[in-house]
Design a protein around this ligand. Structure first.
Ligand code: GLP
Length: 261
């Protein structure tokens, strides 16, 4: 893992967006794995800016999102479809049909999940997967004790996750119990991974992910087994890392990272 500690979430977002942008410039047909939640918002703001001001071109690129709530229509304001539409897709130039999310209203969920996996394979696999992290260490919506080999499927949210995400809904009871999420095995197949986190509330999960044992109790800890993972976090989220001075030293002596700034 490469740990990059930034002064604030905006800088983290710019670094992550720079990484995605360089990939899309090198390979116009790049396949992007996208995430929702508050954390990736600075990434999407910067991608929109790069599109509008520097002509970053998404016309040949494809995207797959991690997850969606079961039961929510694509136009429900709290759906991840609506989130992505508002924060990225409506503001850049992906071709219609190139943005994929699990369908929260699929009638045959297992068949839909299998088709989602097939679509990722047919697109050639994900080049870079953006991730946030839940306070319980989840990635996508893979809650603790999810199989580390899991594929796209339906999951039941923990009470903690429903409470964490209640702010996007008009009342906490409206947060669905179930979601469709890429599995941990699906995420691990991505060729590279960028995980972002900010704020003190994520410090414990980040420390467990980076410095704890690999365990299904902290799903993000499986990323220790992936060869290309960049963890971009702010000072507050880095607060419980025992070796953070070492990570800072490594980053500061890596000239290629400076190109992202
Ligand atoms: C949700 C999403 C995750 C995200 C997490 C953290 O549970 N399914 O993909 O990483 O929330 O969200 P936030 O960035 O809002 O803290």
């Amino acid at each position: 893992m490469e740990i990059i500690i930034t002064p604030n979430p905006e800088t983290a977002g710019r670094l992550a967006a720079g990484y995605l942008a360089s990939l899309v410039k090198r390979n116009s047909r790049a396949v992007l794995g996208l995430a929702t939640g508050s954390t990736p918002l600075p990434v999407y703001r910067e991608l929109v800016r790069l599109h509008k001001e520097d002509g970053l071109d998404f016309s040949q690129a494809t995207s797959f999102n991690l997850d969606e709530y079961v039961g929510l229509a694509a136009d429900h304001p709290a759906s991840y479809h609506a989130f992505m539409q508002e924060n990225l897709f409506s503001q850049v130039n992906f071709q219609p049909g190139h943005n994929h999310l699990p369908d929260g209203q699929a009638t045959d969920i297992p068949a839909h999940c299998e088709a989602y996996e097939d679509a990722i394979r047919q697109a050639g696999g994900i080049d870079v997967q953006i991730l946030g992290i839940g306070t319980d260490g989840h990635i996508g919506f893979n809650e603790p004790i999810s199989s580390l080999a899991s594929r796209t499927r339906i999951k039941t949210l923990t009470a903690q996750t429903r409470q964490d995400n209640a702010r996007f809904f008009s009342s906490p009871e409206d947060v669905p119990q179930h979601v469709i999420t890429m599995g941990i095995g699906t995420i691990m197949d991505a060729r590279s991974i960028v995980l972002l986190a900010s704020g003190e509330g994520k410090a414990e999960a980040i420390a467990a992910m980076v410095e704890g044992p690999v365990t299904a109790n902290v799903p993000a800890s499986v990323l220790q087994m992936h060869p290309v993972v960049k963890v971009i976090i702010d000072e507050a989220a880095a607060g419980q890392l025992r070796r953070r001075e070492y990570y800072r030293h490594v980053f500061e002596h890596k000239p290629e990272w400076q190109r992202w700034a």
